[in-house]
Design a protein around this ligand. Structure first.
Ligand SMILES: CC(C)(COP(=O)(O)OP(=O)(O)OC[C@H]1O[C@@H](n2cnc3c(N)ncnc32)[C@H](O)[C@@H]1OP(=O)(O)O)[C@@H](O)C(=O)NCCC(=O)NCCS
Length: 334
């Protein structure tokens, strides 16, 4: 019998109902649909109502995942939430979610790794399954990016949307599940993508608010260059570690930050269009939410079946880089 692995046995997702098109953003900032589409691939994104906490997005996604598996929340052992927009600095959003969900037996914590958050949380959760400590782990990636977007910064605000997803991890010995990962951080990249104030270094003050320091700050060109290089590198690395190449990949599921970043990685991996998931046109960049949302799109489109070999890849603030090799286990998808 093969080794115990963390299998994804259910997937849930949620995006708030309000759709914001590029044309609507034209009314808010000096931008246009053509620029946004050609530079990023985004046509629309979903926005939560102001004041919606991330735990609410996460709650919908988790309920969806549990319902699809026919499980009660009280059967969950551990909840890991990846987010850069926690409800509050503390306590962790995982604690607030545990209460809302009624996951009475679960413990939990948050992971802060920006756009790589979901993959870091996934591989962290997988450890608890592989070592036999837990049987049911919920891994959530969710963000309410609109809570930290500067609508005076046209180069950044047009990129992001709100939403998230959740997967359930359970043990199995059929050879499917999380096979391997390859993560990296490069802290020299912290200067290019960050939120300056609200932490211990720069606590909130009238001055930080006046200077608009509670919003995402990004040097897009620097992030772009790093992401184009690393998205491909990390994908090839996790494949090579396992004696595989791009030709062995059934589906490439990358963090959805910019269509040009995904296209570049696709090219380097030598993958045809039918092996790459792209849904950035609908959702924009939902930070920790993109990869579970992309898995949902793959299932909607009937492009994901049990036994498929997947590479999941991300690059995010930090810089953080995530690469996961996964054999799909199959989920109930109504
Ligand atoms: C942000 C990003 C789309 C910008 O694309 P780009 O091709 O690098 O564009 P530039 O920043 O060079 O800007 C080109 C021009 O468009 C303008 N521009 C920027 N945002 C604009 C907008 N929303 N609408 C219209 N024009 C815009 C710029 O002001 C600049 O004008 P200038 O040449 O007169 O100065 C791109 O850099 C990117 O996607 N970066 C990575 C972002 C990312 O993935 N972040 C998350 C990390 S996980």
């Amino acid at each position: 019998m093969s080794k115990t692995r963390a299998r994804i046995t259910s997937l849930g997702r949620y995006v708030p109902p309000r759709v914001v098109t590029n044309a609507e953003l034209e009314k808010l900032v000096n931008t246009n649909d053509e620029w946004i589409r050609t530079r990023t691939g985004i046509r629309q994104r979903h926005y939560a109502e102001p004041g919606t906490p991330t735990s609410e997005i996460a709650l919908h996604a988790c309920r969806d995942a549990l319902a699809k598996r026919g499980l009660g929340a009280d059967e969950i052992d551990l909840i890991i939430v990846a987010t850069v927009t926690p409800d509050m600095t503390f306590p962790a959003t995982a604690c607030l979610l545990q209460e809302k969900l009624g996951a009475s037996k679960a413990w939990g914590f948050d992971v802060s790794a920006a756009c790589s958050g979901f993959l870091y949380a996934l591989t962290t959760g997988a450890q608890f399954i592989e070592n036999g400590v837990h049987k049911k782990v919920l891994v959530v990636g969710a963000d309410v990016m609109t809570s930290i977007l500067d609508f005076q910064d046209r180069a950044t605000c047009v990129l992001f949307g709100d939403g998230g997803g959740a997967v359930l991890l359970e043990p199995g010995n059929d050879g499917t599940g999380v096979l391997d990962f390859s993560h990296e951080v490069d802290g020299t990249g912290a200067q290019f993508l960050y939120m300056e104030a609200g932490g211990s270094r720069r606590p909130a003050s009238h001055e930080t608010i006046d200077k608009r320091l509670h919003y995402v700050h990004q040097e897009g060109g620097q992030v772009f260059k790093f992401a184009v290089r690393k998205m491909a590198e990390v994908s090839l690395k996790v494949l090579e570690k396992n004696g595989l190449t791009g030709a062995d990949v059934d589906l490439f599921v990358a963090h959805q930050a910019n269509i040009r970043i995904i296209d570049a990685a696709q090219q380097r991996l030598g993958l045809p269009d039918d092996k790459v998931i792209k849904n950035i046109d609908r959702y924009g960049n939902t930070t920790a939410g993109t990869i579970p949302l992309a898995l949902g799109t793959a299932l909607d489109e009937g492009r994901l079946k049990a036994g498929d070999t997947l590479v999941l890849a991300s690059v995010g603030a930090g810089f953080t880089v995530g690469g996961v090799l996964l054999k799909w286990s199959g989920v109930n998808w109504g």
